[in-house]
Design a protein around this ligand. Structure first.
Ligand code: TTP
Ligand code: MG
Length: 355
């Protein structure tokens, strides 16, 4: 039996703004612009009372809550808070999987401090986060990622929710499908239309029925409604590469169409790289031809790749080293690896701070 914690900072960007500008404390704060085409990145809990939500147009937020204080985002401040929080996690375990700047899974089945109780560890982490960043986080504690993640959202803000191993299956039965993490709004609506409202409803279906209704995800639903989620917590250090790929609906010969696709893929890749803060020096292009033969071409650059132009230029060069244009292609992928230097850099930073 594993011990998994999911931690998620409360109203993260807005809380950092309230911390750094005490005049904002207790006020409805919206991170984002009130006009133009901008969207709300997040809102303080005071602003949420008025219905303001992430991803909503700024103008709508302004209409719902005219007295809200709008502030532009300050990403360096959020990254710094995130770095401190991650450093706290690593005092307890190296099995830390960040999902974004403000949330992570931790596997504390074996914890470095020999505390033993996952609930106690989560309490201690929350206390340290508050002490060292003046921010609050919510935690979910259970036996797998799925339940821990759902649990962390149940008593926000500043909450802690423990789902005891013996209660996991019952927890999944009563959970509404719209609260299933990973089930989008559309799928949840479809489930409701079919008469499935809770985990217990889904549990009545066979694996085959779930797959016929929901495709591949059916396999996951089959297990999760029984409280089973074996996905490991994958730590950053184990991440050897970040990649994205796409299979064309029809095989492609035209090089400019391939370049167009690479451009799209490069944008998606950089979004991921940014999200996980994993900058690598090695660019890889993967090509699968119409006959399913596959080749990869790689190039290691002198510096970590951060800019789209450099990534694309390298990817185009690598594409030329394949049979693109001569042989039809069914799949195109692009990846980044070689993060070691960045890790060293992090270690060095850590040492500098110690002295
Ligand atoms: P979340 O954890 O989803 O939200 P939150 O931390 O603001 O609030 P909660 O207490 O409900 O966890 O996202 C973390 C940060 O990511 C959030 O502060 C801002 C950013 N973000 C966006 O920029 N756009 C989005 O659509 C969402 C959902 C978040
Ligand atoms: Mg959050």
């Amino acid at each position: 039996m594993r011990k998994i914690i999911h931690i998620d900072m409360d109203a993260f960007y807005a809380s950092v703004e309230q911390r750094d500008n005490p005049q904002l404390k207790g006020l409805p704060v919206v991170v984002g612009a009130p006009e133009g085409r901008g969207v709300v990145l997040t809102a303080s809990y005071e602003a949420r009372k008025f219905g303001v939500r992430s991803a909503m147009p700024g103008r709508e937020a302004k209409r719902l809550c005219p007295q809200a204080v709008f502030v532009p985002p300050r990403f360096p401040a959020y990254k710094e808070a995130s770095r401190i929080v991650r450093e706290i996690f690593h005092r307890f375990t190296d099995l830390v999987e960040p999902l974004s700047l403000d949330e992570a899974y931790l596997d504390v089945t074996e914890d470095k401090m020999k505390i033993g109780s996952a609930l106690e560890i989560a309490k201690e982490i929350k206390r340290l986060i508050r002490e060292e960043t003046q921010l609050t986080a919510s935690a979910g504690v259970s036996v797998n990622k799925f339940v821990a993640k759902v649990a962390s959202g149940m008593q926000k803000p500043d909450g802690i929710t423990f789902i005891h191993p013996s209660k996991v299956e019952a927890f999944m039965e009563t959970l509404a499908v719209r609260d299933f993490f990973g089930v989008g709004k559309k799928t949840a609506e479809r489930m409701n239309e079919l008469g499935f409202f809770t985990g217990a409803d889904l549990k009545k279906l066979s694996r085959e029925e779930l797959v016929s209704h929901f495709g591949k995800s059916g396999h996951f639903y089959y297990k999760i409604v029984r409280g089973i989620d074996d996905r490991p917590v994958e730590s950053e250090r184990e991440t050897k590469s970040v990649s994205v790929e796409n299979t064309f609906s029809e095989d492609v010969l035209d090089v400019s169409a391939l370049q167009e696709e690479l451009t799209q893929l490069a944008e998606n890749l950089l979004r991921r790289v940014e999200k996980y803060q994993l900058y690598g020096r090695t660019v890889t292009v993967k090509v699968k031809y119409h006959d399913f033969k596959q080749v990869t071409r790689s190039k290691t650059l002198p510096k970590k790749v951060r800019e789209k132009e450099i990534l694309l230029q390298t990817a185009f060069e690598l594409l030329q080293l394949t049979e693109a244009g001569q042989k039809k292609i069914r799949l195109l992928g692009i990846g980044l690896s070689g993060f070691e230097e960045e890790e060293d850099h992090r270690k060095k930073n850590g040492q500098l701070e110690l002295f």
